[in-house]
Every structure is written in C-alpha cells, then in structure tokens.
Design a protein around this ligand. Structure first.
Ligand code: MG
Length: 435
C-alpha cells in the first residue's frame, strides 16, 4: 500500500473532521485531545543508533513522531523519555505545544544538556506532527507556509588526496548539486599523519585516532586550490574544520582560503572558545557557520546578536526541537544570520523532515546538509524526505509526513556496546584533542 493510500485508510485521516477545533471558547466545553503515552522507539539498521519519540493520544489513530536521536548516549535518552517524559506528559492537552515545551524544559530544574534536550525534542516534534494532522496541513504550513519551492542542499565530497576530493565534487555536480562540502580523510585526517608516538608507547586505546594538526592546516588551502582548478568557480565550496585546532591557527587557515571564496567554513572553534569569533570577524570576510555542538541558549544568543558568524548550524534535537529552533531562526533573521541546520546520518528521517519543514518556512534559510537514506531506513520510516537535483523535498501529508514501522524498527535493536573512537582523537604525544 503506498503512502497516500495508507493515510487515506488510517484512523488519523478518518478522524480529522471530528478533531475539536482549537479556540478559546472551546476550553472546557469540548473534549480536548490528551496525551495518553510518550514512548521511545529505537532502531539501528546500520550501526547508527536512532531514537524517535512516539506520542499517543486519546483519539484512536492520532499519534505523532519526533526525533530524539543522540547516538552517543542513546540508552540515556531512552530512559529520559520512558521513565520521565511519559509520566510528566500523560493527561496534558496536545495542542498546547509551547506550554508543554516550557514546563518540560524546567521539569528537571537543571537543563540545557544533550540527553534531556533530545528527549524534549522528540516530544516537541511529535506534538507539531500531531498539530499538523489535526489541522490537515504539513508542518511548514503551520510555520508560515513556503518561502521556496524546495530546500537547497550541500553534498559531502571526500577523498584521501586533493585530486580524489575534486573527482568526488565533479560527481556531485553532475548529479545537480550546486553546493559541495570538501573534506580530506575524515575528522582525524589520520592518513595525513605517521604512526603517532603515543601508540608506540602503548598509551590510550588501540582504536584511538591521531591528528597531525599542522599537516591538516597546511592541507586545506591546497585542497581548495586543487578543487577550484578542477571544478571551476560555479560550484559553492564548504569545509568543516570540526574544531580540533588552536583558535589562532584556525583563523590563519581561514584567511588563507579567502581567494577560493568558500560558501562557508564550519565550526572553527570549540564552543568553549566562542570568544575567538570576535577576533575571527576582524581578520577575514570568509562566511562562518557555527553551532552543531550548541545545547544551550547561553552559547548562541550573544554571538548571534553580535553577528559573530553568518550561518547558525544547530542540531535541532540537541536544543529541544522545532519550538526553540524557530526562535533561533527568527533571531537570526534580525541579525542577518541564515540557517544551516546540522543534518548528518545520526539524525532520524523524522528529524530530517523537521529540519526541512523549518527550511521551507523561514525567510533566512541558508543551506541544508543533504542526506541519503538506505532502503532499510526508507522502509522503517515511510514518507522520509528525499533529495533530487540537489534539492530536498518533504511529503505533503499532514504533520511532518513521516510514519514509523515499529515492527520493522524493532528488528534492529540498539547494540550493547558503543564505539567511542570517532570522538577519541589525540595529538602525537597522546593529548586528547577537543572537538
Ligand atoms: Mg560540523
């Protein structure tokens, strides 16, 4: 059964005319729709732990889904959802999203951490999904309607040499992408380095990565030069420093990229080094993107108001969902900061849909990180967004437009062991490098 028929036959669609309208007069006079259960759904078909929140209501068939994917602490997020949010939310009225967000946000008293924010995001996005289903509209309509016909995306080109990366860029250009991020050899760029001394000394763990920061810093201007020469001036080029170098070195490297006019350079500093953005601004006109590690408004409000970067790149589930992300986007509009939401493989298809619904609606959209879903993921999440010709599209079904096949999801349980090596990068002497 295709997606359209599925919805036509679903209880949710049949219910739409019966769902009470939302007006002040109705308060207390009609039966409000209430939350009956908040639960986690987990799946891990490709070694990436994906967590989604399902909100069930007292209207048969009316449910919502939201992304709560924080793969590095998946079990902790599951506990936050199943042990706390379920208990906190039962009996609340689904239409009061802002009230539920604000009260949930402070329900732990201590707040703004990644585990609780992801649980909150799952709840928040699920409530927007439900509101769309109640209104019979896609969520982007609830957020103001479309500002563009599709969501422009950037692809990821990779390779171990500049030439390999340039070759990859041409492949994406042939597929219609106008924006391509260029990276060489992953985040530790281990291939750029020799066997580090700490490994010879038996220090650290066998899987730990090594980064030669100096070689990395020298390699990137060379990479831009090669790609520009091979691919021309039309394609927009992006690069992610992914923190991991000293702030002054990052500033110097970004200056060296000016002649290649990058679309943006991403994540030059760790959030702990936010203050260096002021200095960066004074030294270069290269556009800067920042924010995938942000969890707290204390990290982004002042830098945005001061105009220290050009693109806000928050990972939406890491700040608590669509409700706070819309506030961030609106703040950016007044300070000429465009959106570039983080959209890697460890965002669920529901989360990518949430990104794209906001991308459609906000005027100050900048660019979206593109994603490719496997056949397994498309089966588990029918209605997932898709990318064509470098543009992302979402389902026009009411809500976020993504269903979850729970039976299929359950075939890929969370693993017991987590691989930490992606975050474990060291210098030659073994000193841990902070992303
Ligand atoms: Mg990044």
């Amino acid at each position: 059964m295709n997606r359209r028929n599925l919805l036509k036959h679903s209880a949710a669609a049949a219910l739409l005319p019966l769902v009470p309208s939302i007006s002040q007069k109705d308060e207390g006079t009609l039966n409000p729709v209430k939350i009956t259960k908040v639960k986690s759904i987990v799946t891990c078909p490709h070694g990436i732990e994906i967590i989604v929140v399902k909100v069930e209501t007292d209207q048969p068939g009316l449910v919502g889904y939201g992304c709560a994917t924080f793969r590095q602490r998946a079990h902790a997020v599951v506990a936050a959802i199943d042990e706390y949010l379920d208990d906190f939310c039962r009996g609340k009225r689904v239409e009061n999203i802002e009230d539920i967000w604000q009260t949930t946000y402070v329900s732990s008293y201590w707040r703004n951490g990644p585990v609780l924010n992801n649980a909150l995001s799952g709840l928040d996005q699920a409530l927007w999904d439900i509101k769309g289903k109640m209104a019979g509209m896609p969520v982007y309509q609830l957020l103001g309607g479309k500002s563009r016909f599709a969501v422009d995306c950037y692809a990821h080109a990779n390779g171990k040499t500049s030439e390999e990366v340039a070759e990859d860029v041409t492949k994406y250009m042939e597929r219609g992408f106008r924006h391509v991020r260029i990276q060489m050899g992953g985040y530790g760029a281990t291939h750029l380095a020799e066997q580090p001394d700490f490994k010879d000394a038996g220090y650290g763990m066998p899987d730990d990565n090594y980064m030669d920061q100096n070689r990395y810093l020298r390699s990137i201007p060379e990479l831009f030069k090669t790609v520009r020469k091979r691919c021309g001036e039309e394609v927009e080029l992006l690069h992610d420093i992914h923190e991991r170098v000293q702030p002054l070195d990052a500033i110097r490297m970004i200056q060296a990229l000016e002649d290649y006019h990058p679309f943006f350079i991403e994540d030059p500093f760790s959030p702990e080094n936010n203050r260096y953005f002021e200095m960066l601004r004074e030294h270069t006109t290269v556009p800067i993107a920042m924010g995938e590690l942000f969890n707290s408004p204390h990290e982004w409000v002042d830098p945005m108001v001061k105009g220290w970067f050009d693109f806000i790149r928050i990972h939406i589930s890491q700040i608590g969902g669509i409700t706070p992300a819309m506030k961030v986007a609106r703040l950016g509009e007044w300070f000429n900061i465009r959106t570039a939401w983080h959209g890697p493989g460890d965002v669920s298809p529901v989360g990518h849909a949430a990104n794209a619904h906001i991308d459609f609606a906000v005027w100050n959209f900048g660019i979206q990180e593109s994603v490719h879903f496997s056949d397994e993921l498309k089966e588990i999440f029918p209605g997932a967004p898709y990318v064509e010709n470098g543009y992302m599209y979402v389902s026009d079904e009411p809500g976020l437009g993504v269903d979850v096949n729970e039976e299929l999801a359950a075939k890929y349980p969370l693993p017991d062991k987590f691989k930490y090596n992606w975050t474990q990068v060291r210098r030659k002497d073994g000193t841990p490098i902070r992303p």
